[in-house]
Design a protein around this ligand. Structure first.
Ligand SMILES: Cc1cc2nc3c(=O)[nH]c(=O)nc-3n(C[C@H](O)[C@H](O)[C@H](O)COP(=O)(O)O)c2cc1C
Length: 208
């Protein structure tokens, strides 16, 4: 079966029409085009992360940003597990999100990872608004990344983020990944995640 990128993105669109456009359109493709991202685009999605809320405004996030062709991209790519390398090789940008667990005054920041996740969410949605695609990866060798960037025990590692222009799904030459690219998206029903107590759903319908 051949399906175009445009048709696929239409299938992946979240059906809830009241959602903000980038939330509806964001999904995690594996087919990335060998096409650069502009400095203005990089500035834009990192600014979105910069303006995320954080506990006590500590802003515990650090983004190690690797543009393809630079040593940072190479080190991040080398840390990925082989399965992720097979498709992330075309990503124009690889980013490792870090969370500093120590506050400016030396206390432990229990919200560091929470805040990093929130900043990455904003980054992802801004990238989507720019017409770019984002795919986060937990599948990487943390020791390799720690070593490559001389990270300390005060740095929590989030995920490696592949970012770039989406390619046509036919660009994926591994049958398994093509199948996943075309698969319908799924989520738990709201009745399972929106509760008034652990055994009582709030009672929202899944569609309005
Ligand atoms: C923290 C995190 C780690 C992930 N790790 C991987 C990974 O190693 N490889 C991969 O192909 N996808 C990975 N994903 C992508 C998820 O599988 C994907 O976000 C999820 O299936 C929901 O699909 P959607 O993003 O298209 O809505 C990861 C996502 C997150 C947020």
């Amino acid at each position: 079966m051949t399906i175009s990128k445009a048709e696929l993105n239409q299938h992946k669109l979240v059906a809830v029409e009241s959602l903000a456009d980038p939330i509806r359109r964001r999904w995690s493709p594996r087919a990335f085009a060998d096409q650069p991202v502009t400095p203005a685009e990089i500035h834009s999605f990192l600014s979105a992360a910069q303006w995320a809320p954080s506990s006590s405004n500590e802003q515990p996030w650090i983004f190690l940003v690797g543009v393809k062709g630079t040593p940072t991209w190479d080190s991040l790519f080398a840390s990925l597990v082989a399965a992720n390398q097979s498709w992330a090789v075309n990503a124009a940008v690889l980013i490792l999100g870090l969370a500093r667990t120590r506050t400016a005054s030396g206390r432990t920041n229990h919200y560091a990872l929470y805040d990093l996740g929130q900043a990455v969410s904003q980054l992802s949605l801004q990238a989507t608004a720019l017409g770019l695609s984002v795919h986060q990866m937990g599948g990487f060798d943390r020791d390799s990344a720690r070593h490559a960037f001389s990270l300390t025990e005060d740095h929590l590692l989030g995920a490696v983020i592949a970012l770039g222009h989406q390619a046509e799904p036919s660009a994926l030459n591994d049958e398994k990944y093509l199948e996943r690219e075309l698969a319908p998206r799924s989520r738990k029903p709201l009745a399972e995640i929106a509760l008034t107590s652990l055994d009582t759903p709030l009672g929202l319908p899944d569609t309005l």
